[in-house]
Design a protein around this ligand. Structure first.
Ligand code: ATP
Ligand code: MG
Length: 217
């Protein structure tokens, strides 16, 4: 496959600062003259965003079967890859995405207990070898990120979605699974300490990006 653009993903639990830092990463790349596509998962196209709503809305408490959840996520991912990510990378744009398949291993694998091998099968089927060039895992203890999430919900309103309403053990399992992913792919994934102030997180991210840019260009 001819591809010139790079694919960067931001990962981490609820409220760790993914959306906040996505802008920093994208702005930093744009300042170097790169074309950047900012996007998120699940979603990133109108149809995939509709699938996101199917995933997040409580639907009056009708349980969503874990396998159905997993398949919906990969359905949304297939659409996003076909319509946005692959075309962007092929024309040389860089893609910065809020969550990708590491989140599936963390939430559906770690959180819901789905076998990794099953996730890996779908990953191969849907991605056909495409994976991020760099993944920034924002990591912090759960108590702190829950506080940030509460703060945001207070300020911006809105209610907790299907994932945000989960229990503490679920989020601990998600965090462990994310760290295990990072340990299994140390070349691609970098763990960033997200418990410190925003300035310091952003300084870490800028340094890391500059190092990667020097390596890649
Ligand atoms: N390093 C930081 N220190 C203090 N507050 C922060 C830091 N990073 C982000 N925040 C604040 O925490 C809140 C959550 O951040 P943000 O929405 O970026 O997280 P997120 O990971 O995208 O969350 P979600 O998983 O819900 O999408 C925001 O109000 C943001 O301003
Ligand atoms: Mg966010």
């Amino acid at each position: 496959m001819s591809r010139r653009g790079r694919f960067i993903t931001l990962e981490g639990g609820e409220g760790v600062g993914k959306s906040t830092n996505l802008s920093l990463v994208a702005d930093h790349l744009e300042a170097r003259g790169l074309e950047v596509v900012r996007t998120r998962e699940p979603g990133g196209t109108p149809r995939a965003e509709a699938m996101r709503r199917l995933l997040l809305d409580p639907f009056g408490e009708e349980p969503l079967d874990p396998d159905a959840e997993l398949l919906l996520i990969f359905a949304a991912r297939a659409q996003h890859l076909a319509r946005v990510i692959r075309p962007a990378l092929e024309r040389g744009a860089w893609v910065v995405c809020d969550r990708f398949t590491d989140a599936t291993y963390a939430y559906q694998g770690g959180g819901r207990g789905i076998d990794r091998a099953r996730i890996a099968e779908l990953e191969t089927f849907v991605q056909q070898g495409l994976e991020p060039d760099l993944t920034l895992l924002l990591d912090m203890p759960m108590a702190g990120s829950q506080q940030r999430l509460e703060g945001r919900l207070d300020r911006e309103g809105g209610r907790r979605d299907r994932f945000e309403g989960e229990r503490a053990e679920f989020f601990e399992a998600v965090r462990r699974a994310y760290l295990a992913q990072a340990a299994s792919a140390p070349e691609r994934m970098t763990v960033v300490d997200a418990a410190v102030g925003l300035e310091e997180v952003q300084a870490q991210l800028r340094r890391l990006l500059d190092r990667k840019l020097a390596e890649w260009t």
